[in-house]
Design a protein around this ligand. Structure first.
Ligand SMILES: NC(=O)C1=CN([C@@H]2O[C@H](COP(=O)(O)OP(=O)(O)OC[C@H]3O[C@@H](n4cnc5c(N)ncnc54)[C@H](OP(=O)(O)O)[C@@H]3O)[C@@H](O)[C@H]2O)C=CC1
Ligand SMILES: O=C(O)CCC(=O)C(=O)O
Length: 429
């Protein structure tokens, strides 16, 4: 299979046909600005020293300091981190955030580490990348298998290194360490606002709309819950171990209550009290979930879930990409040919980075906002930019994904052109 970054770049090439930005600007956007690979030695609880591979990629900083999460997962590699940083660049521009794109990761299965080992790894990662990040340079945040506790350790480690409390160096922190209200639910909430706005265009009524959600972590569980509360019928959910399916609709609040990051949904559902409330559920694989005959499919786990191999099996009418990069470009073409609407990651999951931006603003101003204020601002931004993208798609008769890239490219092109040629003969910060 092609590298994830070269596949991601195919979306850029497609959108470039619809915008008039300079050759210089488009050429600059094809390559990450800087990629750092580090080794992180960690003393394990049994006394052994283990060395982990870590990465941080700053893709483009033309519109502001770079921003993007940190992933702890066994499959993390440089190609994946570069692609995630590419998507962050276009996501921040699509939402008009004054930020560029970055991403980080460590190749590790955090479920195999003790809490102390995880803390040493998190602090070691910051030791290794401290020169590469900073509140005005590059600001990390959580992603898959990282969380507020890890962000807190990382911010603390950075503050120790620079002998100065630096809350604005990282977002997604615990509230007690300068985190923002609403950041923990922001990705799912932002996606919900976009979904509601788009479904209104098709006159869809929640009670008559079935949904399947792949991935039940920070992003997937929140959107599943919001959809359930709004009256949608969430008939299937899954995690890394597989999924559960109930045609009459799942009791999402009970499942949320029982699921913890290390327990499988199937075990929670079948061993727990939840199972006793619904009799007609079946366990399904992740592949089966993707192919269910539902109205809305929400991939909210990892990239490359829908490929040329299984695109023809997809039956959903609408796909909302809460995960980054869940559909390959080849599969995109096949879904489009089947008349399936795909609402893209760089719009749908942008709620996370938007509230991260709010957190960074709050850290720098010292003035903290209520959750109502955060969510109201989030809703305005998600719906406003979503509507612009929808209009571009209608006006140019292109897919929502290409429209989102066109929207982002117009802003990125302006900024790259305004900056002039400095980048081409003086090294950047
Ligand atoms: N967190 C954020 O703010 C943002 C996240 N995203 C994207 O959303 C997606 C999910 O991230 P997030 O919810 O934060 O991550 P979490 O770590 O909170 O949750 C990940 C979920 O995905 C499940 N999962 C892992 N591997 C697979 C697999 N192979 N098949 C099906 N499910 C799997 C996990 O299962 P298990 O519980 O069994 O481990 C877990 O339920 C990622 O693509 C991420 O980049 C995008 C924007 C912001
Ligand atoms: O909150 C952030 O800064 C980044 C979130 C993220 O990693 C993403 O949107 O993929």
């Amino acid at each position: 299979m092609a590298s994830i970054l070269s596949d991601a770049n195919r979306r850029l090439e497609r959108a470039l046909k619809y915008v008039s930005i300079s050759e210089d600007a488009s050429e600059r956007l094809r390559y990450p600005k800087a990629s750092l690979t580090v080794s992180i030695p960690v003393r394990m609880d049994d006394g052994r020293l283990k060395v982990f591979q870590g990465y941080r990629v700053r893709y483009d900083d033309t519109r502001g300091p770079t921003k993007g999460g940190i992933r702890f997962h066994p499959d993390v590699n440089l190609d994946e981190v570069q692609s995630l940083a590419f998507w962050m660049t276009f996501k921040c521009a699509a939402l008009n955030l004054p930020l560029g794109g970055a991403k980080g990761g460590v190749t590790v299965n955090p479920k195999e580490l003790s809490k102390f080992e995880l803390e040493r790894l998190s602090r070691g990662y910051i030791d290794a990348i401290a020169n590469f990040i900073g509140p005005d340079v590059d600001i990390p945040a959580p992603d898959v298998y990282t969380n507020p506790m890890i962000m807190g350790w990382m911010m603390d480690q950075y503050s120790i290194i620079y002998r100065k409390l630096s809350p604005a160096v990282i977002t997604g922190k615990p509230l007690s360490m300068g985190g923002s209200q609403g950041r923990d639910t922001a990705t799912g909430t932002g996606a919900f606002y976009v979904l509601q706005a788009m479904m209104a265009k098709f006159d869809r009524i929640p009670q008559n709309t079935t949904v399947a959600v792949q991935g039940f972590g920070n992003a997937g569980s929140v959107i599943a819950r919001l959809l359930f509360d709004a009256g949608y019928k969430v008939v299937a959910i899954s995690d890394s171990q597989g999924g559960i399916y109930t045609p009459s609709g799942l009791d999402i609040p009970s499942i949320q209550q029982f699921k913890t990051s290390t327990r499988s949904l199937q075990a929670v559902y079948c061993e727990g009290t939840v199972c006793n409330t619904v009799n007609d559920h079946t366990t399904i694989t992740n592949d089966e979930l993707l192919a269910l005959d539902v109205d809305i499919l929400i991939p909210a786990a990892l990239e490359n879930q829908i490929t040329a191999e299984n695109a023809n099996a997809i039956q959903a009418r609408y796909i909302f990409e809460v995960a980054n990069g869940p559909i390959t470009s080849e599969a995109d073409d096949m879904l489009s040919a089947k008349g399936i609407y795909v609402f893209p990651d760089i719009l749908v999951n942008a709620g996370g980075v938007t509230v991260s931006y709010f957190e960074w603003v709050q850290n720098r101003s010292g003035l903290y906002w209520s959750v109502e204020d955060v969510n109201a601002r989030l809703k305005t931004m998600m719906v406003t930019e979503g509507e612009c993208i929808w209009k571009i798609a209608q006006d140019l008769d292109i897919r929502p994904r290409t429209a989102a890239y066109v929207h982002a490219l117009e802003r990125l092109g302006d900024a790259l052109n305004a900056k002039g040629t400095r980048d081409y003969y003086v090294s950047g910060i």
